[in-house]
Every structure is written in structure tokens, then in C-alpha cells.
Design a protein. Structure first.
Length: 132
């Protein structure tokens, strides 16, 4: 299988959570994809046995409600991820970077406190876990 040409694989958006790694992001994306796409009958027992598959449960504080939209974005937001969008100029700059530089930049944008690229399109939710 041949990979897609470079322009087709450029990121238009990226997830960011201060201190997070790309591996953490990928694991959370896989969990959110499973939550968003598997039938409830397939997820049911896993939700009970493996609480890592469920989004955090808590209460929203100090913020307007975000209308429901993409279930994967909602799940990622509930897990503390912020979603940023790259401008056309930033995407053009991305194409000029070497593969190694793109990897380093992606790693940095994933875990930095304040990304120097992109603009925030969806904040992390303000859900807080409640201990019982």
C-alpha cells in the first residue's frame, strides 16, 4: 500500500495537552475512537471492567456549555485535550520542513503549554473527576 502524497497528509488541526506525549495522545485518540464508533453492546462490559475507556465524569465549572458535535473531539476535550487549527500559512511552512523537523514540531505542539502554531478552536473541558 502506497502512502498518501505529502499535501494530503498535512495536519489541519492538532491536539495539545501540556506535558503530554504523542504516545499519550495516540492512546487517548484510540480510546475515543472506540467509544465513538463501537456499538454500545460491544463497549458495555469494557466500560464496567476498564474505566480508562470511559470519558472522565464530573461537573462543568465556569464555562459556557459546548454544543455537541464530533464525538471524538468531545471525548478528547473531556480527557483534557485542546484542539488547535493551523493556518494555511502554517501548513505551507509545514510542507517545507524535513520529515525529522516535522516530527520534532509535532512532538512539541502536542505537549507544550502554549503552542506557538495554530489557534485554539476547542478548549479542554472543565470537567473534574469526583472521588467517592
Amino acid at each position: 500500500a502506497q502512502s498518501a502524497p505529502l499535501p494530503a497528509t498535512l495536519p489541519e488541526r492538532f491536539y495539545n495537552r501540556p506535558g503530554a506525549s504523542v504516545a499519550t495522545r495516540d492512546a487517548d485518540l484510540a480510546r475515543c475512537l472506540a467509544i465513538a464508533t463501537q456499538p454500545m453492546a460491544d463497549i458495555g462490559p469494557a466500560v464496567v471492567k476498564d474505566r480508562r475507556l470511559t470519558p472522565p465524569v464530573g461537573t462543568a465549572q465556569d464555562g459556557p456549555p459546548i454544543p455537541p458535535d464530533d464525538p471524538i473531539e468531545t471525548c478528547m476535550s473531556n480527557r483534557g485535550w485542546r484542539l488547535y487549527a493551523l493556518s494555511p500559512r502554517e501548513r505551507a511552512t509545514w510542507t517545507r520542513l524535513s520529515p525529522a523537523a516535522r516530527t520534532r514540531l509535532a512532538d512539541t505542539l502536542t505537549g507544550t503549554t502554549t503552542p506557538r502554531w495554530g489557534h485554539l478552536v476547542r478548549p479542554a473541558s472543565r470537567l473534574r473527576l469526583i472521588r467517592r
